[in-house]
Ligand binder design. Structure first.
Ligand code: SAH
Length: 346
């Protein structure tokens, strides 16, 4: 039977304090419960051992704690781990742990499915079902942090919002989750170790700048020529490059933060000199970094990674124009955990 009890983790600390005052208890009780819910990740009211049995029962009568379950965990030969995460309503999202020598990174989802239609991305084949709640985003990070400690003997060091979904189309919840992740009452991580990756929603990039967020921004550009970008990322027709660029100029003026661009070079699509030159023109207004990422095939063979000569051409043109460029290899390909491969198949 569907429960009508409220998810207690939808309440802020202040709301929890008020709740206890209304129950003729001390506001401080709210702080205790908040700590159990967030920094201690309690899954049941019973776990809250510094509360009286009556208080725990009263909470049980009024609320539920919705938490995620890691349904399956797959391990890649390179140490990458992919979790299929079951939400309280049965829907599934995926998150990934990517270990390297110097860091362990969580790649988390922000939506169930995605409403964007990037033609090279497996997640775009899944209909967008709903946004994730802040606690569902937070829980993915907690689950990966545990796995990082267990399998790699170190805590999680970085987080990227590069899993399923478009984070800027679930901005409020992503922001709330990041608040919890960075707060000392949550995981206490530095916002400088968090990257939000977007396909480029100009209005929301401006909003992020106005909100003076402290995390980093990455833009999945893939082409700086409208016609080409629209052919592979059709929503570019609604948010053309001119609008995206203006929003990024605004972001840079307000935050002075370097912008990272994610970029795949595909055979016959964006592998010509004029493509690289357009990229330089697009991003040279601010200190920029271009990550040339490896394409992870998603079955139908329509897109193919360009040959290394095309990548070399991009690298030399970007470097000549003082734009930082890195060539990134994919991780976790054997378990479909690499960028763009998250599609709930097991
Ligand atoms: N919606 C957000 C975050 C999810 S996608 C965004 O677009 O940024 C995370 C990154 O994976 C993006 O840079 C995206 O362009 C890239 N990506 C998607 N499909 C890919 C594929 N098949 N191979 C390599 N990268 C891919």
């Amino acid at each position: 039977m569907a429960t009508t009890k409220k998810d207690i983790r939808a309440l802020s600390k202040e709301q929890l304090r008020e709740f206890f005052v209304k129950q003729d208890d001390k506001a401080f009780r709210g702080n205790q419960v908040y700590e159990w819910l967030w920094s201690k990740s309690a899954h049941t009211f019973e776990d809250m051992t510094n509360l009286s049995i009556e208080t725990r029962q009263m909470l049980e009568d009024n609320f539920v704690i919705n938490h995620i379950h890691v349904d399956t965990m797959q391990k890649s030969s390179d140490g990458t781990i992919k979790n299929a995460v079951r939400l309280h309503d049965g829907l599934i999202v995926e998150s990934v742990l990517i270990p390297t020598k110097t860091r362990t990174t969580a790649c988390v989802s922000s939506q169930v499915g995605c409403s964007l239609d990037c033609r090279f991305c497996a997640t775009s084949r899944l209909k967008r079902m709903r946004n994730l709640n802040p606690d569902e985003i937070y829980d993915q990070v907690v689950a990966i942090d545990k796995e990082s400690r267990l399998y790699h003997n170190k805590p999680l060091s970085n987080i990227v919002f590069m899993g399923m979904g478009e984070p800027l189309m679930n901005y409020n919840n992503v922001l709330k989750a990041i608040d919890k992740i960075t707060s000392p009452e949550g995981l206490g991580m530095s916002p400088r170790r968090i990257v939000v990756s977007t396909s480029g929603v100009p209005k929301m990039i401006r909003k992020m700048a106005d909100d003076e967020v402290k995390f980093k921004l990455a833009v999945s550009l893939h082409s700086a020529i409208d016609e080409v970008r629209t052919s592979i990322m059709p929503f570019n027709a609604t948010f053309p490059l001119k609008d995206l660029r203006e929003a990024l100029v605004y972001w840079f003026e307000k935050t002075k933060n370097r912008i990272t661009y994610e970029y795949v070079v595909w055979k016959g699509i964006n592998d010509k000199r004029e493509d690289a030159e357009a990229l330089v023109q697009f991003c040279k207004f601010a200190p920029s970094k271009v990550n040339l990422i490896e394409y992870n095939p998603i079955d139908d063979g329509e897109f193919q990674q360009a040959d290394s000569a095309a990548t070399d051409m991009y690298v030399s043109i970007l470097e000549r124009n003082n734009i930082t460029v890195t060539v990134r290899r994919s991780r976790g390909k054997d378990i479909d955990a690499a960028c763009g491969q998250l599609a709930n198949k097991q």
